[in-house]
Unconditional design. Structure first.
Length: 439
């Protein structure tokens, strides 16, 4: 008769394998999402210059970017369809986020037609593309937040913040291109450039903290390239110009080229990170498959020669060094002979070691996830607090973050603490004071 515990051990290992397979499938989903984000970022930047120049520049680049994004949109839709299969284990939250992304992608067709006619402003075009990309980034964040595998969780946190930093860089490319192409320095857009630079530094700082050593070293090397130096010079040209001053419209192409080189560097890091995630999943599946095979062999041996219960007691309570502490039963008829009892005890010991190893692995999961979950949780709380300030006080995203940042500095508190306090305030705390009554 099989030992009941063995069924739980085998089932636990099979669930581990299923979870890693689901994770591997989600890595593929994240890969396509990242590719689509990259294509839409380039299309957004090209459309920004196209509209700011009144259709005189970047029409070819705009159409090429659209052609690159179209097949990726279709590929992502197919992957979304596959998630409707219950065997994929998709949650209600995941499917809801996918539904929002699909609605955003459906709206792109009309936006592109309007851009073709030069109807929207460059600012509105950037905002529209950014909303679509924001939904895709949020989906990546959710996929990372729901992962509970050591060794993979840290890489996913690095990936999320790399994607977020790259998106800030993409917005900077679009806004800067718009400014140069318009030929005029606008204070609102200059402030937005500064905000986007700060956002990149925050996100890429967390990426650097959680990235694997080799990838971290690559990133640090990229910070010293001529591309970064050129980008800094162009940033100074944009951000130090007096409000309303003329800008050299011919620099729009150079700005787009230099900003794109840096985004391409970030994209290469993202590609390497995804490849690392694939390899981590493959390695984990190999290990789990071997562990399952070993466990099945052990269980089969236990089924063929079930050990005496007295030996199970000795092994589980660790009193083998004190034989006098338990009764030494005689060898009853029908039980295994003493020479086989030793082998059975060894098999039971292997079973206990298997359980102990599984327990230790689960403990390591908790320790590995703690830092990863903390980073994702802090990002989520700060983003929610920004949203509250934006909706209740009518602030822009930049102004909302600066308000949180200033409060944290004035009160000598962590930004996370200020964000949490903001979320706990009642609506009344955000009410604007009433205008004084007329005499």
């Amino acid at each position: 008769m099989p030992l009941p515990a063995s069924q739980f051990v085998l089932r636990a290992k099979q669930l581990d394998i299923d979870a890693v397979r689901h994770l591997a499938a989600r890595v593929e989903l994240v890969t396509v999402i990242g590719q689509l984000i990259h294509a839409l970022q380039r299309e957004r930047g090209a459309c920004s210059i196209f509209l700011a120049s009144h259709g005189l520049q970047f029409n070819t680049q705009r159409m090429e970017a659209h052609q690159a994004a179209a097949p990726l949109e279709q590929q992502l839709r197919a992957l979304f369809d596959a998630q409707l299969d219950p065997a994929q284990g998709a949650t209600a939250r995941l499917l809801s986020l996918m539904a929002w992304v699909l609605l955003d992608l459906d709206a792109l067709r009309e936006l592109r037609l309007q851009i073709e006619r030069c109807q929207p402003s460059a600012h509105d075009s950037v905002a529209a593309f950014s909303r679509v990309i924001a939904g895709l980034v949020e989906l990546v964040f959710h996929l990372a937040d729901s992962t509970v595998h050591p060794g993979v969780s840290r890489q996913l946190v690095a990936f999320v913040h790399l994607v977020q930093g790259k998106e800030a860089a993409g917005q900077e490319r679009a806004v800067g291109g718009q400014l140069f192409a318009s030929g005029q320095a606008l204070p609102v857009e200059q402030e937005r450039i500064n905000h986007l630079i700060e956002a990149q530094e925050r996100s890429l700082g967390i990426f650097e903290e959680f990235a694997e050593p080799a990838l971290r070293a690559r990133w640090q090397q990229l910070q010293l390239t001529p591309t970064v130096a050129q980008l800094e010079r162009l940033r100074r040209t944009l951000c130090t110009a007096r409000p309303g001053a003329a800008l050299d419209a011919q620099l729009s192409g150079r700005w787009f080229e230099v900003a794109s080189e840096r985004i391409t560097d970030l994209w290469q890091l993202e590609t390497e990170l995804v490849q690392g995630l694939r390899q981590a999943c493959a390695r984990q599946l190999e290990v789990l498959a071997q562990e399952l095979q070993d466990a099945e062999g052990l269980v089969q041996r236990l089924r063929n020669t079930p050990p005496p219960h007295t030996h199970a007691v000795v092994e589980f309570f660790g009193i083998s060094g004190h034989p006098g502490s338990v009764p030494q039963l005689a060898h009853p008829p029908g039980e295994a002979a003493p020479d086989t009892q030793a082998r059975d005890a060894q098999a039971m010991s292997s079973m206990v070691e298997l359980l102990q190893a599984q327990t230790a692995r689960l403990a390591s999961v908790e320790m590995e996830l703690e830092a990863a979950k903390r980073a994702l949780h802090e990002r989520k709380i700060i983003e929610r607090a920004k949203g509250v300030l934006m909706s209740r006080m009518g602030l822009s995203e930049e102004a909302a973050f600066r308000a949180l940042q200033k409060t944290a500095m004035d009160q000598n508190r962590r930004l996370l603490d200020v964000a949490e306090a903001t979320l706990s305030l009642p609506d009344l705390a955000f009410a604007r004071p009433a205008a004084p009554a007329a005499d």
